[in-house]
Design a protein around this ligand. Structure first.
Ligand SMILES: [Zn+2]
Length: 379
């Protein structure tokens, strides 16, 4: 029997695969390796592809996903039909099958490479709080003091904006460039943010993204920061900066949210500051709700008392109240199904990357906010 011959491309793919596996193993075993990679290698590796991806006004990653789904839906039946038609010439159908498998391997190795180098390794870096903050006790008092400080800031800022007849904030301009500038300015404090920021891209199929419960998405295989174009405008700045933080190798969800809040708060316009405060408030408040039924309950309600009704009614949601009803016609797969699958996938991705609390990692931004406030920071 003739042994199947490996082509040069096959050998290259196998070598690259094992090299990537070794990089992943090393990152799990050594925090200094991961830190060195993120600080010294990743900026060089990512600079050119991020710049090239930034030249496109649309999300290249979204197009890649659509093409992949279409290729799978058309390609698999196509290869089967071809093999059946060419039954009399088994060599030809064998060749077609080999080409399809090779293409699939190529795509797999490309995604594995870009995920490893732009995402997986970063999960094993040293913690942000260890690098930048003196340890503080995450007490109930500190949580409520931090929540209280954000509530006061919200009450000061919420009257500063134009609103539509339904009470939703209307932003005068697209905040994307202000976000890029705010992130660049924050690089003076956090060196990992140094360098150029591309314009974040709006996703065309944003309703599907909404169904998944996703408001922003970093796409390592396309070197892009993207976001959901359907979110209400005031939610955009904090979301955009979160995704731009991922693009700079800050991969942990809580750390990306914290950096986004800091960039908007300290270097941004009033719109950016308010967006950051709303994001911080959301996480702090949800966390503080755990204090209901304890001795701290009264202080909890006092902490949020400065927040005006309009903020609760209009500003805190990612979408306007009529969004789901207005877009019902776009629902191909039921939202509950899409959302449940998406949550499971996000949770699995985080857990596989060593984030022990999975999807709850997003909430850990509360600890960073307390570290910041406990170390004398202001909102
Ligand atoms: Zn994220």
């Amino acid at each position: 029997m003739k042994k199947p011959k490996l082509k040069k491309l096959d050998v290259a793919l196998i070598i690259i695969f094992f090299a990537l596996a070794a990089i992943n193993a090393l990152s799990w075993l050594s925090t200094p390796f991961s830190d060195f990679y993120v600080q010294k290698i990743y900026p060089i590796y990512s600079a050119v592809p991020v710049f090239i991806a930034g030249l496109f006004p649309f999300s290249v990653g979204e197009i890649m996903i659509i093409l992949f789904v279409a290729a799978v839906l058309i390609g698999i039946p196509g290869v089967i039909i071809y093999a059946l038609v060419k039954r009399s010439a088994p060599e030809k159908s064998k060749k077609a099958l080999a080409a399809a498998v090779r293409l699939l391997c190529l795509v797999f190795v490309y995604v594995f490479a870009t995920e490893t180098l732009g995402c997986f390794v970063m999960y094993h870096c040293s913690k942000f709080s260890d690098r930048y903050f003196k340890p503080v006790e995450h007490s109930e008092e500190l949580l409520l003091d931090t929540l209280s400080a954000v509530s006061v800031r919200i009450s000061e800022l919420c009257g500063e904006f134009d609103r539509d007849p339904d009470g939703y904030i209307v932003l005068p301009d697209d905040p994307a460039d202000d976000c890029r500038e705010a992130m660049r300015a924050l690089s003076a404090d956090y060196s990992q943010l140094k360098g150029w920021f591309p314009r974040p891209k709006k996703i065309m199929n944003s309703f599907f993204m909404s169904q998944e419960g996703i408001i922003g998405l970093y796409i390592p295989f396309a070197f892009e920061a993207t976001y959901n174009r359907d979110i209400q405008p005031i939610a955009a700045p904090a979301t955009i900066c979160h995704e731009l933080a991922h693009l700079k190798g800050i991969i942990q969800e809580d750390e990306a949210s914290f950096v986004a809040i800091m960039a908007c708060l300290r270097c941004g316009t009033d719109e950016l500051k308010y967006s950051a405060c709303l994001d911080a408030f959301y996480y702090l408040y949800v966390n503080a709700l755990e204090l209901r039924g304890t001795d701290y309950e009264e202080r909890l309600w006092q902490s949020v008392a400065p927040v005006p009704k309009q903020v609760w009614d209009n500003d805190l949601g990612s979408y306007t109240a009529d969004y789901w009803e207005k877009n019902q016609h776009k629902e191909v797969i039921p939202t509950e199904t899409v959302s449940a699958i998406s949550e499971k996938l996000t949770d699995a991705n985080l857990t596989l990357n060593g984030v022990s609390d999975g999807i709850n990692a997003y909430n850990r931004v509360v600890e960073l906010l307390m570290d910041y406030y406990g170390n004398g920071g202001e909102f």
